[in-house]
Design a protein around this ligand. Sequence first.
Ligand code: BES
Ligand code: MN
Ligand code: ZN
Length: 497
Amino acid sequence: MEFSIKSGHPAKASCDCIVVGVFDSRQLSAPAQALDKVAGGHLAGILRRGDMEGKSGSTLLAHGTPGIAAERVLLVGLGKEAEFGEKAYRDALAAAVRALKDTGSKNASITLSELPVARRNAAWRVRQGALVAHDVLYRSDQLKSKKDNASPSLAALAFFVAGKDARSAAAALMQGDAIAQGMNLTRELGNLPANICTPTYLAQQAQKLAKAFKLECEVLDRARMEKLGMGSLLAVGRGSHQPPRFIVLQYRGGKAKAKPVVLVGKGITFDTGGISLKPGAEMDEMKYDMSGAASVLGAFHAMAAMKLPLNVVGLIPAVENMPGGAATRPGDIVTSLSGQTVEILNTDAEGRLILCDALTYAERFEPDCVVDVATLTGACVIALGAVASGLMANDDGLAAELLEAGQTSGDRAWQLPLWDEYQEMLKSNFADIPNISGSRAAGTITGACFLARFTKKYRWAHLDIAGTAWRSGAGKGSTGRPVPLLTHFLMKRAGRL
Ligand code: BES
Ligand code: MN
Ligand code: ZN
């Protein structure tokens, strides 16, 4: 998709379709009014005849609008003007692009980007425009023998902004496009099945990314990890024929001495639960258990494309959790890289077992801060559903940065507490720490409490993306989250927001 910025009178936009908004009830938005003035009240006439109310998400395609350069006008419902905000704006954009797909339009111009959204500027509106458009147009046909040509025609989208905003909007459009490319990588990797997307495959993809963007990439194999003492990470992969990999990516866009941000992504390429076997229903979705890893790769893609002036390290423990003859048993005790011993009471609480060794490994980079991303707990899906990712941190400043990045990007997170009372729920009779608490209560928090035992030397935050990384059901598929959150966090730190 080719994106561009347009300024000037919408009636002069020569394109296959121009998109204008209509507020409930039958109120033309300002750009729509400007268009209608030239068209001699043609659009107002359509509304008067009752063909459109302006309800959020509704659309109506008009041909033959007199006096204007565009071949078609797509009217998009914006909902009530008094309630028009970030969500209504994104919903209207999505409805517009969805409707455009079904027309014969090759190039379209959208005036919705001129509508004021409280506390947001034109750059934000355009960046969101690129993200929403990519999201609606994404298809996963990488493993279909016949490619699905749902939208062969729509190839170019222009966003209208006032002339004074054109420069900042053009820069924001590039950012939105870069973030969307990163999300697409995350989605493609997430949607791949576990027989293709193995730990080895993830490492190859990281190396490919490193080559494309001049990143440093190192991949540690089992022998190297054994030597280092990553006993917890290695315990998870024992039941699988797929060898484990530990991926270290380094992006150096900042000053040589600037402390890096370290991003850690859970890379379980398939989670059967191990000997603590999961029930069969929907187990196929456990191919998405490497979504944290995929989002780290997506964020690297986006920030490298944007050339952010920052130093960032990506750590990806990539392992398959299977119940083989050599698999770890419930009750087994292992020694983590930190030296702490762990009693593995449930082999299905494996994410924390691979993350803890990655979090200890992070210390060697003397990080400014560490953010891990993981499909860690089913409990998080129960708590927050598919709307917000769970956020837990040992530093409120870092948590605030991530919450704001979530708000700004529309890829939101919600903070849960990490109080000492929860830490007390993790007690083992035989080792320093068990990998689960004795009860199901506060499962998302106790998962994070386990990780917190390994993050005492730096500022750290944990994103539980179990509910947000993919959609289930008929529209099953990776969402590309939390790439927008992560990249906005990095952009803000780089002074690019
Ligand atoms: N990958 C799962 C978490 C998960 C489950 C994410 C369902 C999305 C949907 C994780 O490895 C896991 O199995 N967690 C257990 C932890 C429990 C054993 C303490 C869970 O949530 O049941
Ligand atoms: Mn599990
Ligand atoms: Zn898992």
